[in-house]
Design a protein around this ligand. Structure first.
Ligand SMILES: *Cc1c(COP(=O)(O)O)cnc(C)c1O
Length: 459
């Protein structure tokens, strides 16, 4: 593609007019942005012609990979036929009906209904309104409180940011809103030293029960968690955690909600993350992989009992102008169909996922300052540590992570630092050869990183 402007011009215009999300604008404008101009498969190119391996699938969303030719065709046809119509006033359209039918097919049994949004944050906010409405209809309007987890990420709207457990987000804008409380995350490495995984999973689940009892079960509406905490640093709970959380939620008559915005649509090798962990939520939120980022769209899946209860309540006074947008729905349909019919999710489960996990552990476990090497499917991480023997983390959490992340960037590999967790979640179409390439580059970077730690006297 030919562009009219130079990188310098773009940088100047970006600095002049564009406010970036989650960004220190002053410091960014001093450095200048990196302009990404095109992409294909698992690779991005910047305006200087550098080829970059995207080990993060954008923001954990481009599951099907970049540069598909069929999805833009679908979008073009849909725009020509029916660019927009709403679904509020007793109307529907073929694109949203087809998508809903397909989603009910790929969802686990009992999830035959979806509500559409434009993003993960909107899916979470929709879910918050839904669970509160659910208990109203059930005649228990005092059940209002939602329990989230510290270090969880549920988006950046007021509801999503409140439910999430990012304290640096809570600090801005008086969050969380009332009716949202948090429990500690199931991070074995930090909070379960000396315990077996099974023991720690049960202990972490007991924190949920403690919180229910503290608030009063008659006041708790739902417990909400990501099957694997994504932005929190790929925190994978022990196998005992989710089944025990499920048992506790059933015991106290509390809705169980999985935020599947990252785990959904094949990331773990299952269609949805809760299938990986063997539990069944009542509601689960999605976005990201639903359209692989080709269009903004999210969906809240509700089980048939929740759907029937909401239906029994008459009007649910909630929705968006673009709920079930025809173009987004058509593109999501083509994306989900391809993830299924081209065997992409199945390959993550049987082939590329296990291969990545084996190679990831072999490659990084040997490093002196790397521990807790972990992952499932095509979501993986390790933690940078000061001392492995005593499981001691670095001081100034996050500083070393950024230093490490910058080395990856410099070598044409995008991985993310979440604090001192280094995480990766590439497009699901990554081949075994490309996995080898990702790992080889990352290993080279880690050698440079450990060298720099020594030179700077940091370890
Ligand atoms: C990204 C994310 C969200 C927010 O999605 P947006 O599309 O950015 O609003 C919510 N929950 C989880 C688990 C996420 O990873």
């Amino acid at each position: 593609m030919k562009h009219q402007r130079s990188t310098a011009q773009w940088r100047e215009m970006d600095a002049a007019h564009h406010l970036h999300p989650f960004t220190d604008t002053a410091s960014l404008n001093e450095q200048g942005v990196r302009m990404i101009t095109h992409a294909d498969g698992i690779y991005l190119w910047d305006s200087e012609g550098n080829k970059i391996l995207d080990g993060m699938a954008g923001l954990w969303c481009v599951n099907i990979g970049y540069g598909r030719k069929d999805l833009p065709e679908v979008a073009k046809r849909q725009m020509e036929e029916l660019a927009y119509y709403n679904t509020f006033f007793k109307t529907s359209h073929p694109a949203v009906v087809e998508l809903s039918h397909l989603l009910a097919e790929v969802a686990p049994k009992g999830f035959d209904h979806v509500f559409y949004t434009n993003s993960g944050s909107e899916s979470v906010d929709t879910m918050i309104r839904m669970v509160r409405r659910y208990w109203d209809v059930k005649g228990k309007p005092e059940k209002k409180t939602l329990i989230g987890r510290w270090n969880g990420y549920h988006g950046s709207t007021i509801g999503g940011a409140s439910l999430g457990g990012m304290s640096y987000m809570h600090e801005q804008g008086d969050l969380p809103i009332p009716g949202i409380v948090h429990v500690q995350q199931p991070w074995h490495y930090k909070y379960g030293k000396g315990m077996s995984a099974d023991e720690f999973g049960k202990l972490a689940a007991s924190w949920v029960e403690d919180k229910i009892l503290e608030v009063g079960a008659d006041k708790v509406a739902a417990f909400v968690g990501e099957p694997i905490q994504g932005a929190g640093g790929v925190i994978i709970p022990p196998a005992t955690y989710w089944p025990e959380v499920e048992r506790i939620c059933r015991k106290y008559d509390i809705l169980l909600v999985a935020d599947e915005v990252i785990c959904g649509f094949g990331r773990t090798g299952h269609w949805f993350g809760h299938q990986q962990f063997g539990f069944t939520p009542d509601i689960f939120t999605t976005a990201k992989g639903l359209s692989s980022g080709y269009m903004p769209i999210g969906a809240v899946f509700v089980n048939n009992e929740v759907a029937a209860t909401l239906a029994a309540g008459g009007d649910f006074n909630h929705g968006f102008t673009y709920s079930g947008h025809p173009v987004a729905a058509a593109v999501a349909h083509a994306n989900v169909k391809a993830l299924r019919d081209e065997g992409i999710v199945a390959a993550v489960h049987e082939d590329t996922g296990p291969y990545m996990q084996k190679r990831w552990r072999e490659a990084f476990s040997r490093f002196e300052h790397v521990d807790d090497v972990r992952g499932v499917g095509l979501i993986q991480a390790f933690t940078l540590v000061k001392d492995k023997a005593s499981q001691t983390l670095f001081d100034n959490w996050g500083e070393i992570g950024l230093m490490c992340r910058d080395i990856f960037f410099k070598h044409g590999l995008i991985m993310r630092a979440c604090g001192d967790h280094i995480v990766s979640a590439p497009p699901l179409i990554i081949s075994k050869d490309q996995i080898d390439e990702l790992i080889a580059t990352a290993v080279k970077c880690m050698e440079i990183f450990e060298q720099q730690l020594k030179e700077r006297g940091l370890a």
